[in-house]
Design a protein around this ligand. Structure first.
Ligand code: KIV
Length: 282
């Protein structure tokens, strides 16, 4: 059994230039696989809206859904650092509500940290959550919950001026006390600059190799999510293909009577079948 990593391990990994392996997880079995595979940290992402519930985006996801899925992941990966993702409108309404909802991830689901989207404009909320004693991961660059304001799911920081804004966000998130930061969909020149400017670990999803670690969505990595594949995804297996093939084979077996076989059947205790036959004759 591996020892659960703490925030201090991640700071040490940054210092020693050891990359952090980070993945989303939404349920008990996948969390078990992730822990067995040796992931350093897991994100119960609000991407579960698309990957688990089939929504078009993350906006409809509720705190209740996030808590249930975080509990399942915690049970599946008791020795892995688990981060709960704050859903849309769980931290924007008031600082008090944000602190309360952040605390629910720790109290009700046993998460080790929370993540929330936004830079400069969310800095005071980050500060309040940190002051409540909670480990915080900021999330800047492409922020899916506010993608409407960004003109869709587009890479960010592709001009010098836009890159400057992403850097300002990164600095604001660190200054507010966040313990880690996630950069989504920004060019490697920008993310490497940020990773070297900040003292906190900088994780990447679609932000190139220069960060302190990498995040992928588990449903993309295993080939389960079908709707679209972002440019930054590397698919490591084809679960959709494997599972569909297995289900087709099951249908065929049932229809032609090839399943169940003798090995799949319970046996009556010796002599009891004869007794039953006698009983039914009376
Ligand atoms: O919800 C999630 O999985 C995320 C990633 C897209 C970074 O926030």
């Amino acid at each position: 059994m591996t020892k659960k990593k703490s925030l201090f391990d991640f700071y040490l990994m940054k210092k020693e230039a050891k990359k952090i392996a980070f993945l989303t997880s939404y349920d008990f079995p996948t969390a078990q696989f992730a822990e067995a595979a040796g992931l350093d940290m897991l994100l119960v992402g609000d991407s579960l809206g698309m990957c688990v519930y089939g929504y078009e985006g993350t906006v409809p996801v509720t705190m209740e859904q996030m808590i249930y899925h975080s509990q399942a992941v915690r049970h599946g990966a008791p020795n892995t650092f688990v981060i709960g993702d704050m859903p849309f409108m769980s931290y924007q309404i008031s600082t008090e509500k944000a602190v309360e909802n952040a605390g629910r991830f720790l109290k009700e689901a046993g998460c080790d940290a929370i993540k929330l989207e936004g830079g400069v404009r969310i800095a005071s909320t980050i500060k309040a959550i940190v002051e409540a004693g909670i480990v915080v991961m900021g999330h800047i660059g492409l922020t899916p919950q506010s993608s409407g304001q960004l003109g869709g799911h587009k890479a960010q920081g592709r001009t010098a001026e836009a890159a400057r804004l992403v850097i300002d966000d990164a600095l604001a998130v660190q200054a507010a006390g966040a313990h880690m930061i996630l950069l989504e969909a920004v060019p490697p020149e920008v993310s490497s600059t940020i990773a070297s400017m900040l003292t906190i670990p900088v994780l990447s999803i679609g932000a190139g190799p220069g960060c302190d670690g990498q995040l992928l969505i588990v449903s993309d990595l295993i080939g389960q999510f079908q709707a679209f594949t972002p440019k930054f995804v590397k698919r490591y297996c084809d679960v959709a293909g494997i599972v569909t093939e297995a289900m087709k084979n099951y249908c065929d077996d049932v229809r032609k009577g090839a399943f169940p076989e003798d090995v799949h059947c319970y046996k009556m205790i010796e002599g009891e079948a004869d007794k039953l036959r006698e009983m039914l004759k009376k």
